[in-house]
Structures are given as structure tokens and as C-alpha cells.
Write a protein that binds this ligand. Sequence first.
Ligand SMILES: *Cc1c(COP(=O)(O)O)cnc(C)c1O
Length: 335
Amino acid sequence: MTVTDSSLSFPPRLHLARLPTPLQALDRLSEALGGPRIWIKRDDLTGSLLSGNKVRKLEFVVAQALAEGCNHLLTCGGEQSNHCRATAVVAAQLGLKATLLLRRDGRGEVDGNLLIDHLAGAAIELYESSRFRRELPSLLQQRAEKIAKQGDKPFIIPTGASDEIGVWGYLAACEELRADFQQHRIAPDTIVLATGSGGTQAGLTLGAQLYQLPSQVLGMAVCDSERWFVNKVTRDLESWRHRYQGGDDLPPLNILVNDNYIGPGYAKATQPVFDTIRTLASLEGIFLDPVYTGKAFYGLMEEIKKGHFAGQSDVVFIHTGGIFGIFPQREQIIS
Ligand SMILES: *Cc1c(COP(=O)(O)O)cnc(C)c1O
């Protein structure tokens, strides 16, 4: 099946992101590294407060919430979650309410994304990380019941908006990438991204097939193992097939994950990642973050140095955003 088949019909969608985002070549960096030409898909420019990858998924997820008559978005993530921040801002823009259940990963400072969550008027509950990990499904359920008792209609959005509805966000982005590749006359061998809850990778992996991109999709894990991601992406894609009855005649999809650059753990980076952030900022004027894109980009540069991209002429890195994540980690960045 390809998208010319009438069997692929898109579900309801809101237009929240500034699209299409630019695709640009990092010529100075590519020359310094001496490997393939590195291109960057600027999904850090999907908006200012909505910047990053989550808004592409929320276009479909929040459309579904509205279709079901819901007026209160309930979601969850780390205390500096980009997804929760984007959800809070979308809710404010649409006149909806938002409640965020946040996992305490750091000091819980009102900074970066958390500051924006507060300004956007979201109701925020911070949980100790062990309790959050143990009880998340029941915490969400209880909170949804409470919201309903207060007379609102809640819609639960899973971590990262990574579910079968969210898959559409990056499936649709592949139509954009196809046009980008035509415009620049390139056939990139690999599309690289930071993978965290798997939804972006699921959409890109499926979309690359449906839109017949020449590229394989490689997720650089920022938490969890290769096996965890292969399972998660597989499950999201199975749920997508089941719900939307699509893609039955696709060949088995290749889910590629590199989990060698996680470092000490989620939202914890080592000095080379901070150095990578500084290098790209000063060399190209592009800002990565320490939680997702900095780690993934560092991994890409290391893999290029090791010769793992030998023979490839063009590689595309999806800049999934995350700019507000630099502020709570300012001390490591300038040390
Ligand atoms: C959430 C996020 C990712 C990972 O996307 P998933 O779909 O959750 O895997 C990557 N980069 C940034 C900046 C993010 O906020």
C-alpha cells in the first residue's frame, strides 16, 4: 500500500503547527566531520511555545478529544516534559483545560517547560518518581474521575502522545519529507531522531514506507533499551493498523534503535553531550537540548566518526525541539 491508495484516509486533524518546517544542510559541521552531508529537519520551528515534535501528534490527538466532546486534557510526563508543555499551551489556545501529572526527576524548579505549564494555566501535580512509576495508570484514572465529578469531560493523552492516534503526526510529516527530498534532489539513506516514548519513530517508520522514502529510520534512545523501543513501536503500529485498518499489505517494518548513547539515564547527560550542544550552537546557530536532541546528535556524530555511515551521501536528523530543557540544566552547560 502507498498513499496513492484510497485505503489511507486521515482522521480529524487540527492545524496547530507551523508547517512545513525547513530542511537545511549543516555544511560547516558536515565538512568538519568528514562524513555524509548532514541535513536537519527543523521541527524545533513548529511554533515558539509549541516548538518540537509533540505538536504534530497533538494535531490528531486533540482533534479526537474534540470529536468526543472533551474539554479537559489530562496527560503525564517528566517534570520538564516537552509534551506536557505543548499540551498545556494547546489547551490554552483552544480554550480547554489541562491537568498534568508530572514525575519529579530533578529539583522541581519552576523553570523551563514547567514555568510555561504554570503560565498556561495548567493544573499541575508533581509525584515522587517511584510512586509515579508504580501507580501512573491508576493516578490517571483517579484524576479523570475527579475531573468528571467536577463536571468536565476529560480526555487522557498517554505519555508523549505516543499511541495509535499520535502515529499520524509523523506519518503525515513523511509527506513533507518527500517534498523536501524532491526539492533538494537528495535521497538520504538514513533519517535519525531522538526516541523517547516511541511515537515519533513509529510514525516515521510507517510513513517512510507509505510515502516510499528512500531512507531507513534510526532512533537514538534517550532512555530504555533497544528491546523496549522495538516492542513499543511495534505495539503502537499494531494498534494503528487495528484502529484504522491500514497498512495490511506493507512488508514487515524495520525498527532500528541504537541504545548506546543513553548515558547515565533519562534527562541526565554527560559532558560530551553538553559539548555537542555548544558546538552546534556556535558553528551553525542551531540549539539542541540535553534530554533528547543533544544526546541523539552526539550519538550520530560518534557513529559517523566510527565510519558507520561510510558510503552514505546524505543523512537527515529530525530536530524534535526541546529548547526549554536547556534552562534547568544551565549549570552543567556553562561549567
Ligand atoms: C518527546 C521528545 C522526543 C521523543 O519523541 P517520542 O515520540 O516521545 O519518542 C524527542 N525530542 C524531543 C525534544 C522531545 O520532546
